[in-house]
Ligand binder design. Sequence first.
Ligand code: NAP
Ligand code: MG
Length: 403
Amino acid sequence: MKSKIQMTTPIVEMDGDEMTRILWKIIKERLISPYVNLKTEYYDLGLHERDRTGDQVTVDAATATKKLKVAVKCATITPNAQRMTEYNLKEMWKSPNATIRGVLDGTVFRSPIIISCIKPAVRSWNKPITIARHAYGDVYKNAELRTDEPGVAEILFTGVSGKQLKSPIAVMNSPGVIQGIHNLDASVRGFARSCFRYAADLKQDLWFSTKDTISKTYDGAFREIFDEIYLEFAEEFKRLGIEYFYTLIDDAVARVIRSSGGFVWACKNYDGDVMSDMVSTAFGSLSMMTSVLVSPEGAYEFEAAHGTVTRHYYRYLKGEEPTANPIATLFAWTGALKKRAELDALTDLYAFADALERACLETLESGVMTKDLASMAEGVDTKTVNTDGFISAILSRLEAILS
Ligand code: NAP
Ligand code: MG
C-alpha cells in the first residue's frame, strides 16, 4: 500500500449535527483518511457541545480559523423553540454561521456543482454562477416607523464631534411608513476585498451591481468603494485575464439570464438574498450547492449550502439506511484540502483532492446517484443508490484514477 499523503498545517474541522454528522464520519473514514494523514484541529459544533460550552466552542472554532486560515464545517442546527425542547437547551443559541461570520467578518460565496445530466432551468448556463452576498446592514439592520398622522420625515445624523447632518425625506400629507437603513464603509470595503480575492482565486470575472442611478449617495458609495478596492487587484486581474464589470442591478439580472455562467456576481445584502435563491433553484438541487466564507484577510471556511437534512436523520434513527447525498459535504472537504494544499504548497494533497472531485463527477455522469438527483437527471440511465452504495462507487472510481 502506498504511503499516505502528509500535511503540514492543520485544517480547522467543525463537526455538526444530524444526517450531515453521519455523512461527515463516512466521508472521512472511507474517502479521505485511507489516503491522507489528516491533520485537523477538531471542534465539535454539534448542538449538545455548543450547549454544554455555552457556545464557546463556536467562537473558539472561528478564532482558530482566523489563525489557521482554512476550515471545513459540517451543517449545524440553528436552534428554534422546538429544538429547545428536543435538545433540552440552556439557551436558544445563535446560528453558528452568524457567529463565525461575526468573528471572521467574511463574505459567503455560493456555487453549484454542475453535471451534464442535471440541466439548469436556464439552458444557456453551462458554467457555475457564484453569488457573493454582502452580509451586513441595509434593510436587515433597519429602523422602521408607521405613523398615524400627516407630518414631516427627516434623517438626522449626530457625529461624535457633535456635528449634525440632516436631510428631509418627505412632507407626508397622510399617515404612512418610514424606514432608515445604513451601511459602513469598513464593511463594504471588506466585502469588496473578499469578492476581488475570491474572483482572482477562481480566475473568473467579477460582476457587481447596485442601483446607483436612483440611490446616488447610498448605492453610489458602494460603487465608489468597489472602484477603489479594485485598484489593489487591477494588476492581478490583468495578469489572470479576468475583468471587473459594474452594471445596474436590472441590467445585471438580464445579462445573467442570457449568460453561459462562469463568473462571480457580487450582490448587496437584499439582492444577494433574493438572487441566491433564484440562481440556486435554477441550477437544480440544494444537495449540489457549495458555500465558502472568505474573510478580507484571506481565511476560508468551506461547507455545504444545505442544512442537517433532518427528515432523513429521523428516518435513519428508525433504522433506515442513509440515502442522503454527500456531494456538497464532500466538496467542502475537497475545497478545504485544496486551499490548504495551495497555501502550504503541497502538490500531492492538491492532486488527491482534485482526483476525489473527479471521482465524484465521473460517478454522477455515469448515472450512479442518490435519489434526490435521480429524479431530476436527464439523458442518462440512472442507477439509484443509497449513501453507502454511492460512496462505494466513488471509492472505486477514485482507486482507478489514483492507480
Ligand atoms: P435541509 O437540511 O437543507 O433539508 C431540506 C430538504 O432538502 C431535505 O429534507 C431534503 O429533502 C433536501 N436535502 C437537503 N440536502 C440534502 C442532501 N444532502 N441529500 C438529500 N436531500 C437533501 O434544510 P432544513 O430541513 O430546513 O433544515 C434542517 C436543519 O438544518 C435545521 O435545524 C436548520 O437550522 C439547519 N440548517 C443549517 C445550515 C448550515 O449549517 N449551514 C443551513 C441550513 C439549515 P427531502 O426530505 O424531500 O428528501
Ligand atoms: Mg433568502
